[in-house]
Design a protein around this ligand. Structure first.
Ligand SMILES: NC(=O)c1ccc[n+]([C@@H]2O[C@H](COP(=O)([O-])OP(=O)(O)OC[C@H]3O[C@@H](n4cnc5c(N)ncnc54)[C@H](OP(=O)(O)O)[C@@H]3O)[C@@H](O)[C@H]2O)c1
Length: 336
C-alpha cells in the first residue's frame, strides 16, 4: 500500500511517499480502507520535528481520517464491514479525564497516522460519523472540531446567550465559531485579514476585529459587550494573545488555552486573572465520548465543516506547504 512517511529526519523534504505491506487485523482490530485525511497545525509541527523532536522514525503523520471498515479480526462487535468511521485522535481515551497513558495514544505520533491507503486500529479507536457529511468533511472532525467542542462544552460550559471570542480563522477557530453558534452563543472573531473576517461574518460571526490593525483587540472585544467582557475565549495564540484574552474576558469568565501560535512563553501580569476570578484551562483535544456527543450536535444542526482546499494523495507535500503559508480559512484535506 502507499503511504506518506517522515523518513530519515525531520522537515518537509523528509516527508516521502513509501510502500508498506497491507496490515492485517488481529483480535479486536479492524482494517480501514482510508478515504480522506485532514491536516492540523500539529501535523505540520510533527513533520518539522517541532512537536516531538524525539519521535522515532519512520512515522506516518496525521491524526485525522475517514475510512471504510473492510476487514475485521476475531472478537470485533463495535463496528462491521462497510461502516464508515473516523479515526479517534487519542486511541485509548474513551471517556473521563486524560491520563498519561491516554494522551500517549495519539495518531500521527507516536502511533502511525492516517496518510495511508490502509490502517489497522483497535475497534475502540474509531467512531461513526454523520451520514450527511462527505468523506472529506468528516475527516476534519477528529482533532480540530473535538478540541473546539471540548473547550466550549466539556470545560467552558458555554450556554445560550453567552459571548465567545474566537481567535483567527484556522480549523479549530472556525469549528469554535460554528459550534458556539449552534449552542446559542454569539461570536466575536479576530483575524489578520479583512477578507477572512468578511467570510467569518457570512458563517455567522456577530462582530469581527482585525488583530493586526487593532493590537488592543482584547479591550475592543470587551467594549463590544458593553464593557462587561466575553464569557469565553478560544485562545490559539498562547504567548502572543493571552494578555489580550485576559483583557477581553469578563469577571468569572473562562479562557481555553488551545494553541501557542504566537509563542509558548509569556511575561504576563497575573493580577487580572485573580482579580477577575478567571479560569484558564489547558485543552488537549478530547475523548471518544465527547467526539460522539459532538457528532450528535453536528447531526442535529447539519453543520458543514469549512473545507478550504482538497489535495489529491500524491500532492500531500503541497498540502503541507499550503498549510505553512497560512492563507487557508478552515481545513485543508487530502483525498486518499
Ligand atoms: N490543544 C489542543 O488540543 C489543540 C488541538 C488542535 C490544535 N491546537 C493548536 O491550536 C492552534 C491552531 O490550530 P489549527 O489547526 O486551527 O491551525 P490552523 O488551521 O493552521 O490555523 C491557524 C490560524 O490561526 C491564526 N493565528 C496565527 N497566529 C496567530 C496569532 N498570533 N494570534 C491569533 N491568531 C493567530 C491565523 O488566522 P488568521 O489567518 O485569520 O489571522 C491562522 O490562519 C495551533 O497552535 C495548534 O497546534 C491545539
Amino acid at each position: 500500500m502507499q503511504c506518506f512517511e517522515i523518513q530519515g529526519g525531520f522537515g518537509l523534504d523528509h516527508l516521502v511517499s513509501a510502500e508498506r505491506d497491507v496490515p492485517s487485523p488481529g483480535p479486536g482490530q479492524i482494517r480501514l480502507r482510508m478515504r480522506a485525511a485532514s491536516l492540523n497545525y500539529r501535523d505540520y509541527l510533527m513533520v518539522n520535528g517541532l512537536y516531538n523532536p524525539k519521535q522515532p522514525l519512520p512515522l506516518i503523520p496525521c491524526s485525522d481520517g475517514i475510512g471504510i471498515v473492510e476487514a475485521v479480526g476475531p472478537d470485533v462487535s463495535r463496528v462491521a464491514v462497510g461502516d464508515r468511521v473516523a479515526t479517534n485522535f487519542a486511541q485509548s481515551w474513551i471517556a473521563g479525564k486524560p491520563t498519561r497513558e491516554k494522551v500517549r495514544s495519539t495518531l500521527g505520533g507516536p502511533i502511525d497516522g492516517t496518510l495511508a491507503e490502509f490502517m489497522v486500529l483497535d475497534q475502540a479507536g474509531v467512531s461513526p460519523v454523520p451520514d450527511y457529511l462527505t468523506d472529506v468533511e468528516a475527516a476534519t472532525l477528529p482533532c480540530a472540531a473535538l478540541t473546539a467542542w471540548s473547550a466550549l462544552t466539556v470545560y467552558g460550559e458555554v450556554r445560550a446567550g453567552d459571548t465567545v471570542l474566537v481567535q483567527g480563522t484556522g480549523g479549530v477557530s472556525l469549528f469554535a465559531l460554528q459550534l458556539a453558534r449552534a449552542l446559542g452563543a454569539r461570536v466575536i472573531i479576530t483575524s489578520s485579514k479583512d477578507e477572512k473576517l468578511e467570510r467569518a461574518r457570512k458563517l455567522g460571526a456577530w462582530q469581527t476585529i482585525n488583530y493586526v490593525d487593532d493590537p488592543e483587540w482584547g479591550r475592543t472585544a470587551a467594549k463590544l459587550t458593553g464593557g462587561t467582557g466575553v464569557d469565553h475565549v478560544i485562545d490559539v495564540g498562547g504567548g502572543g494573545t493571552l494578555e489580550q484574552s485576559c483583557r477581553a474576558v469578563k469577571i468569572g469568565g473562562h479562557i481555553s488555552l488551545i494553541g501557542v501560535l504566537g509563542g509558548s512563553k509569556v511575561s504576563l501580569a497575573l493580577t487580572p486573572i485573580l482579580m477577575k476570578n478567571v479560569r484558564v484551562q489547558g485543552i488537549l483535544v478530547g475523548s471518544q465520548e465527547s467526539f460522539e456527543s459532538m457528532c450528535q450536535a453536528f447531526e442535529w444542526h447539519k453543520i458543514r465543516p469549512m473545507v478550504d482546499r482538497i489535495f489529491p494523495f500524491d500532492e500531500t507535500r503541497e498540502a503541507f506547504l499550503y498549510l505553512s503559508a497560512g492563507r487557508h480559512l478552515g481545513k485543508i484535506c487530502i483525498e486518499i
